[in-house]
Design a protein around this ligand. Structure first.
Ligand code: PLP
Length: 488
């Protein structure tokens, strides 16, 4: 058996790992290994293969063995050989007469979407809440920031990272959050993490023991993924009912921590009433408790006055948690915790001695994006775009499905369409028939809540790319117009 990493980076910029094993000649083993690598997707269409000589030298086989193997795979249709461009994996590599078409890469299983309750079939129109328009990621600005960050980075950046996060990012965040969200903090109270979910894990499942303990009060409607994550850490969540002023914080009993979405209740959409904001912070102060503020889409506010961070009422009673998952992309995996002083040491201990979650280079790029003003420019552009989409949604529904009441649209990336009691399932069914993927409100309801259930649809109007939004809206209106959602 011969095994090798063939480093031909100077020529084509990638490594190729091949294992020659199994029965038969070296030629047969090489053909099998290459075929498997193409079939399994390890060698993507268009990939240039190493020249005969270097692959032969590396594998310890004769040059002709490699040439023969390539020729065989060209004949089978797996590879192409062209004068001047070498041997490459065929664009649609498959055996010429194979009855079995190559497997397309499977789309991620719906249940794998951390933020989606469930999904059953692929849909043409994606109106699931949870993600910003992925086609609008500010690629050029991110690249420019990354380049600048790399050029300016001192060498120590390429050593193990500080678990608190890069000082450049913490300074940029302190200034940005103060400016844009009214947060009161200093860089040394900020700990960088990989997003909201990571922050929950650090607080409730830290390796040095839990920082916060079960039970945790949560809003009766919220993201099931977060409840599941907490349950996996052994945390019992106790639902607080919601009304038109937000969470009933007067129902808190002995819980030492409460998780809220004060700026924009997720998913129902309203802000927490000013009196309740003050009341929950007062209570935390009086009982030595803590409020966890999920500031997941605080930047996206349309009609009403901006709602600043609850944290500003008392930075010693509130942990503010934010991330770039809505403002940039959930793929970036960067977030922050703004902590009361008493938790900073424990959270750092929970992170461990070295940064193990958030790429230090990404942190520097984000710091540059913020300091250079590109982050603000992107958020402002997206705010305008989402506001336009929101307006189109409201106008289209008023015309095509006037029986549906739209709520929660003053902010955020999603709207809630309130439906007459008992009609949510049929509306979801109609949406599926029209090729529309979205969530029903029931998916977000805490299983232990005793508050009355509301029927509704959660529409992620930010999700589709711009060019697809009109068709998605049309399909949604068609579904609602045709479904039995008019009630009785
Ligand atoms: C309610 C809520 N909180 C927080 C987040 C952010 O989670 P994360 O930072 O882990 O991507 C999301 C999803 O974007 C969300 O819907």
């Amino acid at each position: 058996m011969a095994e090798s990493w063939v480093n031909y980076a100077e020529r084509i910029g990638s490594d190729l790992h091949l294992e020659l094993s199994g029965p038969g000649s070296r030629r047969a083993a090489l053909i099998r290994a290459l075929r498997d690598a193409v079939r399994g997707g390890r060698l993507a269409p268009g990939t240039r293969l190493p020249p005969y000589r270097s692959l032969a030298a590396d594998l310890g086989v004769a040059r002709n063995t490699v040439a023969d193997a390539y020729a065989e795979l060209v004949a089978e249709g797996w590879l192409t050989a062209r004068q001047g461009s070498g041997t490459r994996v065929a664009e649609r590599a498959r055996p010429p007469h194979s009855a079995v078409p190559p497997k397309a890469p499977a789309p991620p299983a719906p249940s794998a979407r951390a933020d989606a309750p469930h999904r059953s079939r692929p849909a043409r129109h994606d109106l699931r809440q949870g993600t910003p328009d992925a086609s609008s990621f500010p690629r050029s600005a991110w690249l420019a920031s990354y380049r600048r960050a790399l050029q300016q980075a001192p060498n120590e950046v390429f050593g193990p990272g500080d678990p608190a996060g890069r000082p450049e990012l913490r300074a940029a965040l302190a200034a940005y959050l103060a400016r844009a969200r009214g947060v009161r903090t200093e860089p040394d109270r900020i700990v960088v993490c990989s997003g909201f979910a990571h922050a929950l894990r650090l607080l409730f499942g830290g390796r040095s023991g839990q920082i916060l303990r079960s039970p945790l009060a949560v809003e009766a409607y919220g993201l099931p993924f977060h409840r599941q994550l907490l349950a996996a850490e052994g945390v019992r969540t106790v639902p607080l009912p919601l009304d038109e002023h937000g969470a009933r914080v007067d129902r808190l009993s002995r819980e030492r921590a409460v998780l809220l979405t004060p700026a924009h209740q997720f998913p129902t959409g309203g802000p927490l009433h000013a009196e309740r904001r003050a009341a929950v912070v007062d209570r935390a102060r009086a009982h030595g408790a803590v409020v966890l503020e999920d500031d997941y889409d605080g930047e996206f506010r349309y009609d009403r006055k901006p709602v600043g961070a609850l944290q500003s009422l008392d930075p010693e009673q509130v942990v503010l948690i934010g991330s770039v998952s809505k403002s940039l992309s959930p793929a970036v995996r960067l977030g922050w915790m703004v902590l009361p002083e008493r938790y900073v040491g424990d959270v750092l201990a929970a992170k461990g001695e070295r940064e193990a979650w958030a790429s230090v280079l990404d942190q520097l790029a984000l710091a540059d994006l913020i300091v250079s003003g590109s982050y603000d420019r992107h958020v402002r552009r997206m705010r305008q775009r989402y506001r336009d989409r929101r307006d189109r949604l409201v106008a289209a529904l008023a015309e095509r499905a006037p029986h549906v009441q739209v709520s929660g649209v003053a902010a955020g990336l999603h709207a809630v369409l309130r439906l007459p009691p008992g009609t949510e399932r049929s509306a979801l069914g109609a949406a599926a028939l029209h090729g529309v993927a979205l969530d029903g409100l029931a998916d977000f309801r805490h299983p232990d809540t005793d508050m009355p259930a509301h029927d509704g649809l959660v529409v992620g109007y930010a999700t589709p790319p711009e060019h697809a939004y009109g068709a998605a809206l049309e399909a949604l209106c068609g579904a609602l117009a045709s479904s039995g959602t008019r009630g009785s």
